[in-house]
Design a protein around this ligand. Structure first.
Ligand code: SF4
Length: 320
């Protein structure tokens, strides 16, 4: 029996962006530690902070007869527990050496998040950071039929006040995305498809966005040195946005089929791992830009790897 290939959304997404990037990240596994003050670094830390918040709430939930959820503390106490756990998280990060500027930003984001959404008292939390494996289908590698399994991690699965199960994914952005950005966001579609495949009746997804960029008025407060009367705080509704996303059955079937087709393409013996340069995508979302450009400039195969080593990348074989 052929061993299945396990793929994540990130891998499919990298493959859709560029075959060379996919090879470097998922076949050769070139990686380097993320800088805390980079957009990705801030996103990872914010994600971990919200995980702490929601795990705290989850830990105070009790299932009663009939599957209803109640809390073992009052709403005020719950908020205090959450804030206390998040403070401990931030203190631990400071000890680990995370930049104080980044931690101040995270505190500002968290205070705004709680002001905007409260403690989501109408949501029963069914899972926080749960990992799932769903069979995506089969591909051919040469003459071999190979099963493909989708591995996905869901930030939060909740049951809303109408009894509908939804998956929520937390994202941080420099600017909040516009609504049309969600129409072809296959990541969420795959999560909903995957859970339904596993027998969980999920109604849809919620994209929960938080803005990382601050105005001067968000940093300087009245009475503080540097404050000026014309400095304005960003209103909450311009900092946070939750967008429900719904899918038809046909749409989900196509999302899964497109993902499987892409995996077939990436793992096919005819994949040449070619550079698929595009100035926006290369600069915006590729960690290999400098090394890739270096090899292109010198015209010497292997110069990309030499430059990656010089830039502090290394190969992590056991990661997936
Ligand atoms: S810089 Fe562009 S072309 Fe080069 S690996 Fe990254 S995405 Fe591909």
């Amino acid at each position: 029996m052929t061993e299945p290939i396990i793929v994540s959304w990130s891998e499919i997404d990298a493959g859709r962006q560029c075959k060379l990037k996919h090879k470097m990240a998922y076949k050769d596994r070139w990686t380097k530690p993320v800088e805390d003050d980079s957009p990705l670094g801030k996103g990872v830390l914010y994600h971990a902070l919200l995980e702490t918040h929601f795990r705290t709430i989850h830990g105070h939930q009790e299932f009663t007869t009939g599957g209803k959820v109640k809390w073992d503390v009052s709403e005020d106490e719950m908020l205090r527990h959450c804030e206390s756990e998040v403070s401990k998280f931030l203190a631990a990060k400071l000890k680990e050496g995370v930049d104080a500027y980044v931690l101040d930003l995270l505190s500002w984001m968290y205070a705004g998040y709680v002001e905007m959404w409260g403690i989501d008292e109408s949501h029963d939390i069914l899972g926080v950071e749960t990992t799932h494996l769903a069979p995506l289908g089969e591909i051919m590698i040469g003459e071999r039929v190979t099963p493909v399994v989708l591995k996905f991690k869901i930030d939060r699965t909740i049951r809303d006040k109408y009894g509908h199960v939804r998956v929520i994914d937390e994202k941080s952005h420099g600017q909040l995305p516009s609504d049309h950005d969600y129409d072809f966001l296959d990541q969420f579609g795959l999560y909903v498809w995957g859970l339904r495949k596993l027998g969980i009746n999920v109604r849809g997804a919620i994209h929960s966005a938080s803005k990382t960029k601050q105005n001067q008025g968000d940093i300087y407060k009245p009475g503080q040195p540097g404050f000026k009367a014309n400095m304005k705080e960003t209103p909450l509704e311009a900092r946070f946005k939750r967008t429900p996303i719904h899918y038809t059955d046909a749409q989900l079937a196509d999302v899964a089929k497109c993902a499987l087709d892409d995996v077939q393409d990436l793992y096919s013996t005819s994949n040449r791992h070619q550079r698929q340069a595009d100035s926006d995508r290369c600069k915006w979302r590729c960690q290999y830009t400098e090394a890739c450009l270096f090899e292109r400039r010198t015209g010497k195969p292997g110069d990309m790897v030499r430059m990656l080593e010089r830039l502090g990348f290394n190969q992590e074989r056991e990661r997936h």
